[in-house]
Design a protein around this ligand. Structure first.
Ligand code: PLP
Length: 448
């Protein structure tokens, strides 16, 4: 037997946490003092010692329906027994079509077609490729340039980090990031501090797109991509009127507008999509996370009818778009998505998020005045607290807070630098909202 088959039989392989190179993690700090999670139900995680941790972040902004919901679990189990895998290249399985129809029905306007991926990063890269390919098929092949925004997060593919605007996600990755430009971000503490919902100040920042068009010329620009609400950078709701203005500028110049709704989709802002909340219809919407409530990886791109139709040309046995993933619309993901969409509908969870928004906003804004709190932002069931950085140690206070929240308070929060972000499952109760605020208050005092 080869040495690897001998290893397969070995039952005493050391599990010393070393082999797993953890993503977006301070590996050495984690491995010294792990934050381990072994089980979940509804609003809680449980550690291997069975300590409950209130989920203030819906995992990674994804378990919108709450954890381990019975109907979703059963659907995944049944699907695994019925159809494990079917190719979606030149073949198909019924649930893929059903999920696409359900998602298209939820989307506003003529966002009628869905291309499936397995993650948000793949969704973004897919949308960028469709934007460039669309301009090719409509005879505008010069439109290759992509425009993102400072502080934007669009996953970690080369396309996503190129249009993304978070410097640590870009600076090590070199020359493939060229051919893009970035609009300015929309945050100004001076003009917006402690706003609930969308700030009044900042719509004019959309005009930065006009500056970029003047620099490169519209004939070279394929698409603009923004998160309607910037999440990962630390929660920046769009200024009132900003997205409408961006839409108008894109229309003026024939530029496609892509909303990255990987976070804002599926109820986070009290509507199926932010596009609905803001009454702005983009040309494409990327989604992931909440579509299966995080249970099985799935992402995708919603595409307007005119874009899809432009590809449906030439001999009908020709593949129209040379793009796709082995696991696009995987049967387990489709089963999970259908069951998740049922939970959202049957429990009215998008409306619930809308109803809870003012209660949530009051609770999180009650932290104003605690030590080091520089700003608080809330929108939908999203909140962020900016803490002052320690001198010469940016991010240290945020990390300390994340650790203390988990170990001492039994609360999961996310930290981005010294900003703490909260995005609970949409099933959170009013009492649990109060609990989040109390735990956060104690954590903020502890890291003062
Ligand atoms: N786009 C946005 C707006 C996101 O917030 C994320 C993840 O947080 C992504 C894309 C990337 O998604 P994934 O991690 O599934 O690749």
């Amino acid at each position: 037997p080869s040495s690897s088959s001998a290893v397969l039989k070995q039952i005493d392989i050391p599990n010393d946490l070393e082999a797993f190179w953890m993503p977006f993690t301070a590996n050495r700090a984690f491995k010294q003092r792990p934050r381990m999670i072994s089980r979940a139900k509804d609003m809680h995680y449980y550690t291997p010692e069975n300590r409950a941790v209130l989920d203030g972040t819906a995992g990674l902004w994804c378990t919108n329906a709450g954890h381990n919901r019975d109907s979703i679990v059963s659907a995944i189990q049944a699907q695994a027994a019925e159809l494990d895998f079917a190719p979606n290249f030149q073949f198909g399985h019924p649930k893929a079509f059903a999920v696409a129809s359900r998602i298209a029905a939820l989307a506003p306007g003529d966002l009628d077609h869905v291309f499936f991926t397995n993650s948000g990063s793949e969704a973004i890269d897919t949308a960028l490729k469709i934007a460039i390919a669309y301009n090719n098929v409509r005879g505008q092949a010069g439109r290759q340039r992509l425009i993102g925004r400072e502080r934007g997060y669009h996953g970690v593919g080369f396309g996503g980090i190129s249009v993304g605007g978070i410097v640590s996600n870009r600076k090590y990755f070199g020359s493939l990031l060229n051919g893009v430009d970035h609009m300015s971000h929309t945050y100004s503490r001076e003009h917006q501090a402690f706003t609930k919902g969308e700030p009044d100040w900042g719509a004019h920042l959309a005009d930065d797109l006009d500056r970029i068009v003047a620099l490169h010329d519209a004939s070279t620009i394929a698409a603009v991509v923004v998160e309607p609400m910037a999440g990962s950078t630390g929660v920046l709701p769009p200024p009132k009127g900003y997205l409408q203005r961006l839409r108008a500028i894109c229309d003026k110049h024939g530029i496609l507008l892509i909303f990255d709704e990987v976070i804002s989709g599926f109820g986070r802002l009290g509507a199926a999509f932010a596009a609905e909340r803001y009454g702005v219809i983009p040309d494409m919407i990327t989604f992931a996370k909440g579509v299966t409530s995080g249970t099985v990886p799935m992402g995708g791109v919603l595409v307007r009818k005119g874009i899809y139709d432009a590809f449906m040309n030439g001999p009908d046995r020709m593949i129209e778009l040379f793009h796709g993933y082995t696991y696009s619309a995987h049967p387990l993901a489709c089963a999970a998505a259908l069951a998740t969409l049922d939970v959202y509908r049957d429990e009215g969870l998008f409306e619930r998020a809308k109803t809870l928004e003012p209660i949530w906003a009051d609770a999180i804004h009650s932290l104003k005045g605690l030590p080091n709190v520089l700003d608080i932002r809330t929108v939908g069931l999203v909140g962020a607290v900016d803490l002052a950085s320690k001198p010469d140690a940016v991010g240290a206070r945020g990390y300390d807070a994340l650790e203390r929240a988990f170990h001492d308070e039994g609360l999961m929060v996310r930290s981005t630098g010294d900003t703490l972000a909260l995005t609970p499952p949409l099933v959170i109760t009013e009492d649990q909202i109060g609990e989040v605020a109390e735990k956060m208050g104690r954590v903020i005092k502890a890291v003062a």
